[in-house]
Design a protein around this ligand. Structure first.
Ligand code: FAD
Length: 479
C-alpha cells in the first residue's frame, strides 16, 4: 500500500497527524507540496512568507528523505489545479490513500472537497485530519451545542477539555519500507542548482531561521527564560518579550501541541495559575485556537464578511492618500509610523502595535478594516487568515467580542504608555532621533520641530474619534 501525504501549512515531520497516520497505515509513503502562485496572489500572500515557505521546504525535503519519503514539489496556478494535480500524482504513483491535515479557510475547504471527489472517482481514499489546533474546531461548545462567540467563556471550556486530555507530541514516524519513487522528473522545473525556486515575488526572510534545531531552541529558550515574565513584558515593543514563533505556527514548522508541551515542561501547572506569565502565554495560544474555531463555525469570516452584520452599514471613508500615509508610516503619529515602517521593512509587527495601528486605520481614519487586513497580509511573515481577520475585526469592533465600538485607542497615549522613552519609535522613525523624550510622542509641539522633516498629524484624534463613534452609531441605528 502506498500513501501520499499532501503538505500545506504543516511543514514538519514531528507531531504531524497526517504524516503519522500515513506511515502507520501504508507500506511506503511519498509526499507532495503543490505551490499555487495565482492563488497566493489572490490571497495577498506576502513575498517574505513565500521565501520562508521555500526555505522551510528545503528542510522538510531533507527531513523526509532521512525517513525514506521523497517530497515531490510541483507548481500549478490555483487550488482547483492543485486538487487535479494531487489526484494525477496519486494515480501516477499507484497511491491508494491520500492524507493531509485540514485547513479551515473557505477556499481551502472547497479545494479539499474537490480533491476528495476526484480521488474517490479513481477509487483512492482521502483522509483529512484535525491537526492545526490543540482542541479540534467544533469540540469547544456551549451546553446547548453552540459555538462560543466570546473569548472568556470559550477559554474556560477550552481549559476544562484541555485538563481532561493533555496534548501529546507525536515523534517522527517510521515508514515500513523506503519509497522507490524518484522525484527528479517532477521536481526539476522548480529546482535551480538543487535549490527549490518557487515562482512568486520574494523578500528575504533570512532573519527567521528555518532549521529544526534553531526553531526548537527558540521555543525552549522562550519557555525557560521569558515565559515567566511574559505578562509584564509582552506589551512593550522595545523589549524582546514575546516568543516570535508565529511564523512557524502559521506554516506549521511548529505545532501548537509542541508549544504547549514545552511550556508545561517548565510550568506543569500553569493552566491553573491565571496570574502567571506562563498562563498569559497559554492564553495567547488559546486566542489562536478561538479564531480558528470561529472560522469553522462562521465561514463568512473567511469570505470578507464582518461578524456583526450591522457593521456592513458603516460608511467607511475612501481616502487613497490617508491609506497610503498609514501604509508607508507617514501619519504624523510616531508610534503608528514606527510600527508601519517596521512592518514594511521586516514583515513583522509586535502585537500591541498591530492593535494600535489597526485601531488607527479603522477608527481615526475610518477606513474599512478590509484594507488593513489586506495590507497586513501582503506584508506579514506570519500572515494567517484566522488570526489576521480576528485581530482586524477585534480592532474595528466588527467582530465577535463584546468590544464596544466607542472604545477608540488614543495613539499618543498608547505610545506614552508602551514606549515611554521612545526607544522603539527612534529605531524606526529616524527623523525623530534627536527629539527629546518629553516630546517624542508629539514631536510637533517641540520648539525645535521646524528642524525635523516629519509629517504633521494627518488627523485630529479628538474629532476623528467622535466622527468614528457617530458613524458606528448611525450604522447601528439602521439595524
Ligand atoms: P506570542 O505573544 O509569543 O504568542 C504566542 C503565539 O500565540 C503566537 O505566535 C500566535 O500564534 C498566537 N497568538 C498570540 N496573540 C494572538 C492573537 N491576538 N490572536 C491569535 N493568535 C495569537 N497573528 C498571526 O499569527 N498572524 C497574523 O496574520 C496576525 N495578524 C494580526 C492582526 C491584528 C490586527 C492583530 C491585532 C493581531 C494579529 N495577530 C496575528 C496576532 C498577534 O499579533 C501575533 O500572533 C503575535 O504578535 C505574534 O508574535 P509572537 O509569536 O511573539 O506571539
Amino acid at each position: 500500500k502506498t500513501g501520499l501525504v499532501w503538505f500545506r501549512a504543516d511543514l514538519r515531520v514531528v507531531d504531524n497527524t497526517a504524516l503519522t497516520a500515513a506511515c502507520q497505515r501504508s507500506d511506503n509513503v511519498i509526499a507532495i507540496f503543490t505551490s499555487t502562485p495565482m492563488q497566493w496572489h489572490e490571497h495577498n500572500v506576502a513575498p517574505i512568507q513565500v521565501d520562508l515557505i521555500q526555505r522551510r521546504l528545503g528542510v522538510l525535503r531533507s527531513q523526509l528523505a532521512e525517513i525514506g519519503i521523497p517530497l515531490l514539489i510541483n507548481e500549478v496556478a490555483d487550488f482547483e489545479e492543485a486538487a487535479k494535480s494531487v489526484c494525477e500524482q496519486a494515480q501516477k504513483h499507484q497511491v491508494n490513500h491520500v492524507y493531509c491535515n485540514k485547513q479551515y479557510e473557505w477556499n481551502e475547504q472547497k479545494r479539499d472537497e474537490i480533491t476528495g471527489h476526484l480521488l474517490s472517482e479513481q477509487g483512492i481514499k482521502f483522509s483529512a485530519f484535525d491537526d492545526a489546533c490543540i482542541i479540534e474546531p467544533g469540540k469547544v461548545q456551549t451546553k446547548n451545542g453552540d459555538p462560543y462567540k466570546v473569548f472568556t467563556p470559550f477559554r474556560k471550556e477550552w481549559l476544562r477539555l484541555f485538563r481532561l486530555a493533555m496534548p501529546k507530541v507525536q515523534s517522527v514516524p517510521q515508514v515500513k519500507k523506503e519509497s522507490e519513487t524518484s522525484v527528479s522528473s517532477l521536481s526539476e522545473a522548480l529546482f535551480v542548482h538543487d535549490k527549490i525556486e518557487l515562482t512568486y515575488p520574494k523578500k528575504d526572510s533570512l532573519q527567521w531561521p528555518v532549521d529544526e534545531d534553531a526553531i526548537r531552541q527558540r521555543l525552549r529558550t522562550f519557555c525557560s527564560e521569558k515565559a515567566q515574565i511574559y505578562h509584564e513584558q509582552r506589551d512593550i515593543p522595545a523589549i524582546d518579550g514575546t516568543s516570535c514563533l508565529s511564523p512557524y505556527l502559521t506554516h506549521g514548522a511548529l505545532s501548537p501541541r509542541q508549544c504547549v508541551s514545552a511550556l508545561l515542561e517548565v510550568f506543569p501547572h500553569c493552566f491553573d495559575e491565571p496570574e502567571s506569565g506562563a498562563f498569559s502565554w497559554l492564553n495567547e495560544i488559546i486566542w489562536r485556537e478561538f479564531y480558528r474555531h470561529l472560522m469553522v463555525a462562521f465561514p463568512r469570516l473567511s469570505r470578507d464578511q464582518p461578524f456583526q452584520s450591522w457593521t456592513r452599514n458603516i460608511s467607511w471613508r475612501q481616502s487613497e492618500s490617508d491609506l497610503a500615509a498609514w501604509q508607508q508610516g507617514r501619519t504624523g503619529f510616531p508610534i503608528v509610523d514606527a510600527a508601519m515602517r517596521q512592518l514594511k521593512e521586516t514583515g513583522w509587527m509586535h502585537n500591541r502595535l498591530r492593535m494600535i495601528t489597526a485601531s488607527f486605520l479603522t477608527k481615526d481614519l475610518l477606513i474599512n478594516w478590509r484594507e488593513g487586513e489586506r495590507w497586513f497580509m501582503s506584508q506579514l511573515v506570519d500572515g494567517d487568515l484566522a488570526a489576521n481577520n480576528g485581530g482586524w475585526q477585534w480592532a474595528a469592533s466588527t467582530g465577535t467580542d463584546a468590544q464596544p465600538y466607542f472604545r477608540v485607542f488614543n495613539p499618543t497615549t498608547q505610545g506614552e504608555r508602551f514606549d515611554p522613552d521612545g526607544k522603539f519609535i527612534r529605531t524606526w522613525v529616524h527623523e525623530l532621533k534627536d527629539v527629546p523624550d518629553k516630546f517624542i510622542h508629539q514631536p510637533h509641539s517641540w520648539p525645535g520641530a521646524v528642524q525635523i522633516n516629519y509629517p504633521a498629524p494627518i488627523v485630529d484624534h479628538k474629532s476623528a474619534r467622535l466622527a468614528a463613534i457617530e458613524a458606528f452609531k448611525i450604522a447601528k441605528e439602521q439595524l
